[in-house]
Design a protein around this ligand. Structure first.
Ligand SMILES: O=C(COP(=O)(O)O)[C@H](O)[C@H](O)COP(=O)(O)O
Length: 317
């Protein structure tokens, strides 16, 4: 089966796995591009063979990282478009669905940016965690509205995605203060909004995002600082409508300590969860391209978008 998967798809899968491609929206976009590539390169000679190839490619991409639901949502969106009865027609279906998906993703981010920007006032300071393109779209829109925004950016150990956030905010003209993760509570006194993204939003309004988000949210609630989650509807997790929980990715401990240092320490057990779950009571607003929602009411939007649930991206309809 593997040999039917195009090398470009396998390269994308590797890049997602090693986090050269990372962040929920970016992963989704890369996956849609990869399926498009599989379709344009395919030399399948029957519609069944073509569909089977595309499903194998989707599975290869799906197996990279388990938490960001944008990935299966993207695969499902593109594969759902395969309605034609000829190979050429199916190829065209996939190309069009993938292009449409990427357009929609870009538009959704711009639209949610406007909604998030309306929550920010001139002179506000935000605190960020990790690197989220949805969250940064809110800041970018606020800056374009002429608001002066400042940012306190958590570095986000172990992979320091906060550095990317600091750089991108700087490019927007936003003054940045970078702090170590453990300094967050100390600086919350200077913050008007905590602004983070999401890898998945569950039907009960829980937010799954980079490890450390839940601790930040609890501290922010303690200080009375509003917590805004920027998450386009691509981040809504359909399986949670039927009681499934979201799989939290455990990553290699080498991201935290190299083998030599580990040995010097007497080889303690090291755990490296990539994400955590913030319960809805710690979230003030989930900002989507369909407007802002209190977390408890996100389920209404999920039912409208997904009905009663979905199948695996590669399952026969
Ligand atoms: O937790 C992360 C990234 O984790 P990782 O670096 O492990 O992929 C981001 O906050 C979300 O994916 C949202 O990002 P976006 O708003 O860009 O979809």
């Amino acid at each position: 089966m593997e040999e039917r998967v195009h090398a470009a798809v396998r390269d994308t899968a590797d890049e997602i796995d090693t986090m050269e491609i990372r962040g929920a929206a970016t992963i989704a976009e890369a996956a849609a591009h990869a399926l498009r590539r599989q379709a344009t390169a395919s030399d399948a000679d029957t519609p069944e063979a073509f569909k089977s190839e595309l499903r194998a490619a989707a599975r290869t991409l799906y197996e990279t990282r388990p938490t960001a639901v944008s990935l299966p949502n993207a695969l499902r969106y593109v594969l759902r478009g395969m309605s034609n009865t000829t190979v050429e027609g199916l190829r065209q279906n996939v190309v069009e669905s993938a292009d449409e998906f990427c357009d929609r993703l870009e538009r959704a981010q711009a639209d949610l940016g406007q909604v998030g920007a309306n929550r920010l006032r001139d002179g506000d300071t935000i605190m960020t965690h990790c690197h989220s393109t949805d969250a940064l779209a809110c800041v970018e829109a606020a800056v374009k509205q002429g608001k002066h925004i400042e940012a306190i950016v958590k570095e986000t150990r172990p992979r320091n995605q906060g550095h990317i956030t600091a750089q991108e905010l700087h490019e927007m003209g936003v003054p940045v203060t970078l702090v170590v993760d453990s300094a967050a509570r100390r600086y919350l006194n200077d913050v008007d909004h905590v602004l983070v993204g999401a890898d998945a939003v569950a039907a009960d309004g829980s937010v799954i995002n980079k490890i450390g988000t839940s601790g930040l949210a609890v501290n922010a609630r303690d200080r009375g600082t509003p917590i805004m989650v920027a998450a386009q509807t691509l981040k809504l997790h359909p399986d949670t409508l039927t009681g499934h929980t979201v799989d939290i990715e455990m990553r290699d401990t080498e991201e935290i300590l190299d083998a030599d240092t580990l040995a010097e320490l007497g080889n303690p057990t090291v755990r490296n969860p990539a994400f955590d779950v913030t319960p809805p009571r710690y979230v003030d607003a989930i900002v989507t391209e369909r407007g802002q929602f209190p977390p408890e009411s996100i389920v209404i939007l999920m039912r409208e978008l997904f009905g009663e649930g979905t199948t695996e991206p590669w399952a026969e309809p």
